[in-house]
Design a protein around this ligand. Structure first.
Ligand code: HEC
Ligand code: HEC
Ligand code: HEC
Length: 472
């Protein structure tokens, strides 16, 4: 008893002096708890949002655009003045699962606490141990939000929270659920917060469904975030992962590439900082869960490869088709005339769901800005796609986007204009969303007027690290 108290007191002193310097200073089972917490932090990808571009790990300061101004993620290192060093386990839980700051005010739901609400208390406890003892403190002041009063007042967020955020409760699978699928569900809907990007938002900016009980909206494809679109993760054969195998999903989440696709945009942060570190068992569990989701009615029928595009391109008769001409001159060296690409190097564009999303922002963005397929521990080569804003006019980019969206049997409207590209090129602003809705698609929600406490069109768009912080 005495000994324990002494140990606790010594522990407190050690923490005070050496906070975060090394895991080795923690004792016995605590070390296991800290290690476990480090893994849970990977599951939740805390580092992606809580690290500024080129910034110090977990010290906050990443800018997140909203329609009323910019907010910044906060310092979650154990620094007692600027970080969360004075947080008790209860304070920490209140922030992570309930969305309530230590001063009692509500966090912006840019922090995905509606998903974290289903994390288990055991995981939260481990996470807390890691942030208190496994993370180095950084004395970096938080950046105030660039939002002017009265919009800066936080009380409407508390109302939002009471209406839309679930009451935190340890995840329990439905009785009889396969153990792997249950684990997959916990990871996808809880710590992994996949729906924060992949589920469409409703009128109140809330995710329309937090799990499969919410029907076809769950993971049906999200809105624009930092000019990227997260496509559907449902088993739709054209716009979703219906033609992916469980093993494709496993490979993609582990290495960022499969024979038919390559990770880019916001998902590159997810793979680079989070899923590549998951255990194989956890990756397989998520893949199994996603493939086992209830079927959704296919929104654009099935995908059938159309060989006539390749024949036209091979014959060189593209004079009357400006998009095809750009494609042959600029793109086919890597993505090939047949749209098939080169496995694990240059992703195919034929039948690729990310090419045919309702809203073309992502496809246009990667052609304007280029992309670096991030090296992961499991696929260490970085392969790049050039940024075409330097070589092509707005009209040429619009033409080639429209071309690939309807070539090789791809079924997406050819609806991008030079003006859309110019916006993307000039100020990196999201493309306007009006006018692109595909009435037959269930994911066409982004054009709606969204009544918010703060006005319409609310989104949270954290900056993407892709290509900036590859080493972290
Ligand atoms: C999608 C981005 C995102 C992810 C992922 C994320 N956070 Fe946050 N978090 C934020 C933002 C933004 C804030 C500040 C919100 C505000 O100011 O209202 C925040 C606030 C917090 C706070 C409150 C700090 C304070 O000042 O009271 C804690 C604690 C926290 N996050 C911990 C975590 C942990 C632990 C994880 C991983 C399990 C995590 N966050 C993942 C965006 C994120
Ligand atoms: C920060 C936003 C964000 C989060 C969080 C996120 N994704 Fe993504 N995801 C994207 C974007 C953007 C794309 C499109 C780019 C690409 O295909 O790499 C994407 C693409 C994908 C794809 C490829 C789909 C296709 O048709 O090519 C899969 C599979 C995927 N995500 C799974 C997941 C899983 C599982 C999670 C949760 C662990 C997750 N994502 C969390 C943004 C996100
Ligand atoms: C030098 C080879 C190369 C050339 C030329 C090239 N690309 Fe790419 N492309 C890539 C690579 C590599 C990726 C994966 C990038 C990433 O993951 O960030 C990619 C990704 C894409 C994607 C996203 C698909 C996915 O699943 O990741 C689209 C769309 C695309 N390219 C279209 C084009 C178009 C249109 C052109 C011509 C204007 C073009 N590319 C020229 C190499 C190339």
């Amino acid at each position: 008893m005495m000994m324990n108290r002494l140990k606790a007191a010594l522990g407190a002193v050690t923490v005070g002096l050496l906070a975060g310097t090394s895991l080795a200073h923690a004792q016995g089972t605590d070390e296991d708890l800290i290690k476990q917490g480090e893994y849970v932090a990977r599951l939740g990808d805390c580092v992606a949002c809580h690290t500024a571009l080129n910034g110090q790990k977990f010290a906050g300061g990443l800018s997140i655009k909203t329609p009323i101004g910019t907010i910044y993620s906060t310092n979650i290192t154990p620094d007692p003045t600027y970080g969360i060093g004075t947080y008790t386990l209860q304070d920490f839980d209140a922030a992570v699962r309930h969305g309530v700051k230590k001063d009692g005010s509500t966090l912006y739901p840019a922090m995905p606490y509606p998903s974290f609400a289903r994390m288990t208390q055991a995981d939260i406890k481990a996470l807390y141990a890691y942030f208190m003892h496994g993370v180095a403190p950084v004395a970096q002041k938080n950046h105030d939000a660039d939002i002017t009063w009265p919009l800066s007042m936080r009380w409407p967020l508390a109302i939002w929270r009471s209406v839309f955020a679930p009451t935190p409760k340890d995840f329990t699978p439905a009785p009889g659920t396969d153990a792997d699928i249950a684990r997959g569900e916990y990871l996808v809907t809880g710590a992994g917060h996949c729906g924060a990007c992949h589920t469409p938002r409703g009128l109140g900016m809330q995710e329309k469904a937090l799990d499969a009980s919410g029907g076809a909206d769950f993971l049906a494809g999200g809105d624009v975030i930092d000019n990227w679109i997260a496509p559907s993760l449902r088993n739709d054969p054209v716009v979703g992962i219906g033609r992916w195998s469980e093993d494709d999903l496993y490979q993609f989440l582990k290495s960022g590439r499969t024979d038919h696709t390559a990770v880019f945009g916001g998902m590159a942060d997810v793979v680079g900082w989070s899923t590549q570190y998951f255990t194989d068992a956890d990756l397989h569990a998520m893949a199994k869960y996603l493939k086992a989701l209830p079927p959704v009615p296919p929104v654009r029928g099935d995908y059938t490869y159309d060989a006539s595009t390749a024949q036209t391109l091979d014959s060189g008769s593209v004079a009357g088709n400006p998009g095809a001409k750009v494609y042959v001159e600029q793109c086919s060296a890597c993505h090939r005339n047949d749209g098939g690409g080169v496995a694990r190097m240059f992703p195919p564009l034929a039948g690729n769901p990310v090419v045919v999303t309702d809203n073309p922002t992502s496809v246009a963005h990667i052609i304007v800005a280029g992309g670096v397929l991030p090296p992961t521990n499991w696929a260490p080569s970085a392969v790049a796609m050039p940024a075409y804003k330097r070589f092509l006019s707005d009209q040429q980019i619009a033409d080639v986007v429209n071309f690939i969206r309807s070539a090789w049997g791809n079924k997406a409207p050819a609806n991008v204009t030079a003006a859309d590209i110019q916006k993307l090129r000039l100020d990196n602003a999201p493309l306007p969303t009006a006018g692109w809705a595909d009435a037959t698609s269930q994911t066409a929600t982004w054009g709606l007027f969204m009544p918010q406490p703060y006005g319409s069109g609310w989104t949270f768009a954290p900056q993407t690290h892709v290509g900036v912080d590859a080493a972290q």
